[in-house]
Write a protein that binds this ligand. Structure first.
Ligand SMILES: [Zn+2]
Length: 183
């Protein structure tokens, strides 16, 4: 999504525009990033360019659950305030110092939100994605997804517990016998 800000750049600092994005496409092809944005975008003419205040819903992102390894979709919303700067003064044409990591307005006076959306999406996504807060994960023995129900290992473990109890009962039974140690 490119926003033409040439008119806004002719206006005094503080002048504003409001845009509504409705499933607009943003993309950073070299990083294989593509998203759809919906929400409000406010542009304010600043000293060095345009201050963007965005409040956006993105299309759901596919993530892999860190516990059960299943893929799931998660909704993503982002909010940001970022200044997009010009590398030259729009009136005098004089070059202006711009840091490499600053967002820029291009020569055609277009403002492209794609890279900002990519960066904010990245930081909005969880580092340890979970398909649901109480995801049961995988059985450490057989790798069965425990969200779909217990696996054979659980039954075997409880069998183990029962047989251990039975053995204990047996032992107590024998010790109960005559109580006296064998001579
Ligand atoms: Zn999961």
């Amino acid at each position: 999504m490119l926003i033409n800000v040439s008119t806004l750049l002719q206006e005094p600092v503080g002048h504003a525009r409001r845009y509504t994005a409705d499933h607009e496409l943003v993309a950073v092809p070299e990083l294989r990033f593509a998203q759809e944005i919906t929400g409000s975008i406010r542009l304010i003419r600043s000293e060095r360019g345009v201050l963007v205040t965005a409040d956006l819903d993105l299309s759901p992102v596919d993530l892999q659950c860190g516990r059960c390894l299943e893929m799931f979709e998660t909704p993503v919303s982002i909010e940001f305030d970022e200044e997009f700067v010009l590398d030259h003064d729009p009136i005098t044409g004089r070059r202006v110092e711009v840091d490499v990591d600053e967002f820029r307005i291009d020569q055609q006076r277009h403002l492209d939100l794609s890279e900002a959306v990519r960066q904010y999406e990245e930081s909005a996504l969880p580092l340890q994605p979970l398909c649901r807060p109480d995801c049961l994960g995988l059985c450490p023995k057989c790798g069965h997804n425990l969200n779909t129900g217990p696996c054979g290992c659980a039954a075997a473990a409880s069998d183990d517990r029962w047989s251990a109890l039975a053995r204990l009962q047996e032992r107590l039974g024998t010790e109960d016998g005559d109580g006296a140690p064998e001579a």
